[in-house]
Design a protein. Structure first.
Length: 184
């Protein structure tokens, strides 16, 4: 099993970070939607604690993923020539990565500018960077909500692009991210 990426393939580390991020994003979105519909009380507080802890975990993982990607670069495209569509896909990947960083970061800043401490799975309290400020809290809460909604079409187009590669282009792009031993 190859740990590092090669010129043509993703290694185990990239694949693991990708799918753990994807799973966390799905769970966080669902938990956020459930919490949004709940009335205040201990159940909502507990759900928000889990949501916030998972959000911080996602932020840690995506920052590790960013460092890994910058160090590894991207494997070469399955397509022979670099074209406008490939450049658009690369820009789309960066937009997705930026959103995956901005959503938990804005959630962290919204939570920590609120009235209670942000706890990481009950293990420790995260640093208070801003202090309590209703106006800042409202801004970061709004940013968090907007970006959380914006990520839906971005992820959808990401998935559709992967399916296009697999079913229409019939190249190995999707296989690179689901098959650890795939050889181009």
């Amino acid at each position: 099993m190859q740990i590092r990426d090669t010129a043509w393939n993703y290694g185990f580390t990239s694949i693991l970070l990708h799918w753990v991020s994807a799973g966390l994003i799905a769970v966080l979105f669902i938990l956020g939607q459930i919490a949004e519909d709940m009335s205040r009380g201990p159940e909502k507080t507990e759900l928000m604690n889990v949501h916030q802890s998972l959000g911080m975990l996602l932020l840690i993982i995506v920052l590790a993923r960013l460092v890994w990607r910058l160090g590894q670069g991207f494997p070469k495209s399955e397509q022979i020539k670099t074209n406008k569509l490939e450049r658009l896909a690369r820009a789309w990947h960066w937009l997705l990565l930026i959103l995956i960083i901005a959503i938990p970061a804005s959630g962290y800043l919204a939570a920590e500018s609120g009235f209670r401490d942000l706890n990481f799975f009950g293990l420790f309290t995260l640093p208070d960077l801003i202090g309590t400020d209703r106006d800042i809290h409202a801004v970061f809460e709004e940013v968090h909500e907007i970006f959380s909604k914006l990520i839906i079409p971005v992820v959808l187009l990401h998935v559709l692009g992967a399916l296009k590669h697999h079913y229409f282009d019939k190249d190995g792009t999707l296989k690179k991210m689901v098959n650890i031993g795939y050889n181009a």
